[in-house]
Write a protein that binds this ligand. Structure first.
Ligand code: HEM
Length: 615
């Protein structure tokens, strides 16, 4: 008996000893590393803050779930100068505030894990995007490589190869098709949006529209009838499958982190239904992509066989790169690389568009004055012409120079779908320099650089607050929202499309443009990033969103649903209350995982324009 106790206490002592040694070694390593990195930071001559953890390191990723609630319960003055730099998912919510507090638009965060440069200075953004020596921290982006390497999850010659193969697809011809398809899809969406309670599914409906448009244009797969079914939640599920194409893709996007981190055999054996569903989404989407590829390999699209390369879709380009021919015995891309890009485009090509569309609809519901102005512009430009005669060549550029373009740009400014854009000084490479206010600052290898789009787009110097010009009466006052800290970062109150329309002459904040439409200073408006790793689908996205917004709002308006129980003489109060709730959904209820999205439901309704409720 005593012998057993002795053995147990000996093993306990051993475990404790190992634990203490581990903690001590980690502590010692942290202190030595921190001293080393502080010295390194001094050589850059940039201002810096010292953090206990590295934002991107494994210790913080594991510890934050326990540490953050504890630290957040401390008095704010103790944490506000450092905690915001560790809360990746709150970068959007914090906007420019942390930079303002530090009184610097570019600084380093130093931790035992290394150096991270934070910037919202347009000039520094431009250097990071345009200087090809800065790389991509691919480990951070490798989440997207779940089926094979992707453009986004790779760097250097490999990502350049993928861009070279897929880039030609984004031609004017493609944009023409995007416009027409988006108008047609938007009409189907409108039928769904006027259903009672459609607001509960606003994001799902938008994501399904956007995925269908993408799939029709990029892969010549799916039809408008598939969209009708998908928006009625009566998706077609082929024999042998348990999920439809959109269910599999959207289901996978929700659980991408789990699929990336946990071996799939564990998920299959897990007692949790959500884990088994995650792996089902993964394998069924894989099977949809393989079938799509094989079907096209058997019957290449007419366009590609007739050699009219400008009409080829993206799938043709990928399949050609993955095939051997007389000239090239070894294909340029392997099967895994082809599938990797198919997945990347399915994901990157629809998720952000859907999220932007949702934010535009909700912003317009909160800003009826802006909506009126936009609709007057739509009437002026499109008159009574039927929407199936609208076209990219006739209408797109003209629409983008009116309130339609202003609304889209302003939504992209405030709802930055990707709140930080990561770059890096390559490990094992040479030091790189950035110039801040004329001073050179050398950055050592391994430095991660985060261009903070949310802070850049709220920088008071480049995006000053202006007197409200589109709104009337009490609705033009936003003090109820601005005075409530839960409404940070006040995106609804700050929404001011008119700033894009009446741009004066070029000054420090702008560039000279050919029209009066605002052309922000380089690096100050970066929703699509730019340079060699900028968004390949920028124009695709803009054309799609423009066509959808024009179609929805030419015939219909969106309104906030006000509490039916309000007194008849308190209509205005009830509307302001509804706006407060909507603004809260567009602030506190906005979350960032794979991209920024409004996660809360907002009661809205679409009504025909000739039947609008009195405002
Ligand atoms: C409103 C919609 C969109 C927004 C706001 C957006 C934004 C972005 C941003 C900020 C990046 C750079 C990410 C980074 O540097 O880490 C990016 C990359 C990319 N986007 Fe988009 N995007 C949108 C729509 C699209 C569409 C419609 C497509 C394709 C049809 C697309 C394809 C891509 C691809 C392929 C990349 C990777 C480029 C590379 O890594 O070299 N995007 N997008």
């Amino acid at each position: 008996m005593f012998g057993a106790f002795a053995i147990i206490s000996q093993s306990m002592a051993l475990y404790l000893c190992i634990l203490y040694t581990g903690i001590l070694s980690f502590g010692l390593w942290s202190v030595i590393s921190l001293i080393y990195h502080v010295r390194l930071a001094r050589t850059t001559r940039l201002p810096f803050v010292v953090l206990p953890f590295s934002l991107l390191g494994a210790p913080w990723q594991l510890a934050q779930f326990i540490v953050v609630p504890v630290v957040k319960s401390l008095p704010e003055p103790l944490t506000r100068n450092w905690l915001p730099f560790l809360l990746f998912n709150e970068f959007w919510h914090n906007g420019y505030e942390p930079f303002e507090r530090l009184k610097s638009d570019t600084f380093l965060a130093v931790s035992p894990g290394g150096l991270i440069l934070y910037t919202c200075d347009p000039d520094v953004n431009v250097q990071l995007f345009r200087d090809g020596n800065f790389g991509k921290p691919v480990k951070l982006m490798s989440l997207l490589n779940v089926y094979g390497p992707t453009i986004t999850g790779t760097d250097g010659p490999e990502s350049r190869l993928y861009r070279k193969i897929t880039g030609p697809f984004f031609s004017e011809n493609t944009l023409r098709r995007v416009f027409v398809q988006s108008v047609s899809g938007a009409k189907i969406l409108l039928d769904a949006l006027i259903r009672p309670d459609a607001h509960r599914q606003l994001r799902t409906l938008s994501a399904r529209l956007s995925l269908n448009t993408l799939t029709q244009i990029v892969f010549n797969y799916q039809t408008d009838s598939d969209l009708v079914q998908a928006l009625a939640f009566q998706d077609n599920i082929p024999d042998g499958k348990t999920l439809s194409y959109s269910q599999a893709l959207h289901g996978l996007v929700e659980v991408l982190g789990v699929i990336f981190l946990v071996p799939h055999w564990i998920l299959r054996l897990s007692p949790f239904r959500s884990h088994r569903r995650a792996v089902a989404c993964y394998s069924e989407l894989g099977s949809y992509m393989n079938r799509l590829k094989q079907a096209r390999e058997c019957t290449p699209s007419e366009k590609s066989t007739h050699g009219t390369s400008s009409d080829e879709d993206l799938l043709d380009l990928l399949i050609q790169a993955g095939a051997s021919s007389v000239d090239k015995a070894t294909p340029v891309l392997t099967n895994t690389q082809v599938i990797g890009q198919i997945f990347l485009f399915m994901f990157a090509g629809h998720e952000a568009n859907a999220n932007v569309l949702v934010s535009i609809i909700l912003l317009l519901a909160c800003h009826p004055g802006v909506q009126d102005t936009m609709q007057r512009d739509l009437d002026r430009l499109l008159g009574q012409t039927p929407s199936d005669t609208w076209s990219y060549d006739e209408n797109y550029s003209a629409l983008m120079r009116t309130t339609v373009g202003a609304v889209i740009n302003e939504a992209l400014r405030l709802f930055t779908v990707i709140p930080v854009l990561p770059k890096c000084v390559l490990p094992g490479g040479r030091w790189l320099s950035i110039t801040v206010k004329g001073q050179h600052h050398p950055l050592p290898p391994n430095t991660i650089a985060l261009a903070n789009t949310s802070a850049t787009h709220r920088h008071p110097k480049y995006w000053p607050k202006r007197p409200v010009s589109m709104g009337r009466g009490r609705r033009s006052s936003w003090s109820d929202i601005r005075n409530d800290p839960h409404q940070r970062p006040f995106a609804v109150a700050d929404f001011d499309p008119s700033r894009w329309m009446d741009a004066g002459s070029a000054d420090e904040t702008t560039q000279t443009g050919s029209t009066n439409f605002l052309k922000p200073r380089a690096g100050a408006f970066i929703p699509f990033s730019e340079g060699g790793r900028g968004c390949l689908g920028r124009r695709f996205a803009l054309v799609e969103v423009c066509a959808v917004v024009a179609t929805l709002f030419k015939t219909h308006s969106v309104e906030l649903v006000i509490d039916p129980g309000h007194d008849s003489d308190r209509e205005e109060e009830a509307w302001l209350e509804a706006r407060r709730h909507a603004a809260l959904a567009l602030s506190k209820g906005t979350t960032f995982d794979t991209s920024l999205r409004v996660s809360r439901t907002v009661p809205i309704k679409f009504v025909p324009r000739d039947n609008e409720t009195e405002k």
